[in-house]
Design a protein around this ligand. Structure first.
Ligand code: MG
Ligand code: MG
Length: 266
């Protein structure tokens, strides 16, 4: 069943999403070589709790951490660890917060210091594909229109692998609601998009093969060929004409740029 949201509910989801975005901006400030992803998780959790919310993922189906932190060949659902990030790594931080009985969800892949041009392009194309999907997330379209837009851009135009096993989702009182929002599919198919539906679109794009496997920790999803993967996610509300994006990358991108300039000064 799809839950359509009232204006008041949409504003509460926006509040949760904006806290997710602010948390990711805090993360952007501190991502650097030598930092462990466990430290990143701790800082994110503290920030979420200081702002009167709880991390949605902690305890969700027994996930043990506040954030999913996935490095290099880890696509999603990675565990924070004591391992230090290294120059040239990419790291996806996926954050959900629960506040006022509503969830917000967003993810961003960060570069640690200088990365190769090949990986830089993977990040740029994956982020752009999220916005291609959002362009199609309007009243009257179908889920397949979003899916096709993401797949066509990443797979057809750039030759990347689109993960099939994991999808975007409706969101609200529950972290995962209907409908499912895949990153591959046919135009004009799937659930109809209607005003006041709130969904998360989240392309998971691999530099190489689309195939993935489950790490033995039971959670982390990795690329079969060991090549890196990127993941960007926004939560948004379907409207007529243009989606209302409830999360934001603006502060994250500002912090990311400032962090980069800082590290290149040394
Ligand atoms: Mg997420
Ligand atoms: Mg999600």
């Amino acid at each position: 069943m799809i839950h359509y949201k009232s204006k008041e509910e949409i504003e509460l989801i926006r509040e949760s999403c904006m806290l997710v975005s602010k948390t990711l901006a805090e993360v952007a400030k501190i991502i650097s070589a030598g930092k462990s992803t466990l430290e990143v998780d701790r800082i994110a959790e503290e920030f979420i709790r200081d702002n009167g919310a709880t991390p949605s993922f902690k305890g969700f189906q027994d996930f043990p951490f506040a954030c999913c932190i996935s490095v290099n060949d880890a696509v999603v659902h990675g565990f924070p660890t004591k391992d230090e990030l290294k120059e040239g790594d990419i790291v996806t931080v996926d954050v959900g917060v629960y506040k006022n009985k509503f969830h917000g969800d967003s993810a961003y892949t960060f570069a640690v210091g200088a990365i190769t041009d090949e990986v830089k392009q993977l990040l740029a194309v994956t982020k752009a594909s999220l916005y291609k999907g959002i362009e199609k997330a309007i009243h009257g379209n179908r889920v397949g229109d979003i899916a096709y837009a993401v797949q066509n851009y990443t797979e057809k135009e750039h030759g990347y692998g689109v993960v099939r096993e994991l999808v975007g989702h409706g969101i609200g009182r529950n972290l995962h609601e209907e409908p499912q929002v895949p990153n591959y599919g046919k135009r004009g198919t799937g659930a109809k998009l209607k005003e006041s539906m709130v969904i998360a679109i989240e392309p998971m794009i691999n530099l190489g093969t689309k195939n993935i496997y489950h790490d033995k920790d039971g959670w982390t999803i990795r690329t079969e060929d060991g090549k890196p993967a990127a993941h960007f996610e926004h939560t948004l509300c379907i409207q007529r004409g243009k989606a209302d994006v409830l999360s934001s990358f603006t502060e994250i991108e500002i912090a990311e740029k400032a962090n980069k300039n800082l590290s290149s000064d040394h």
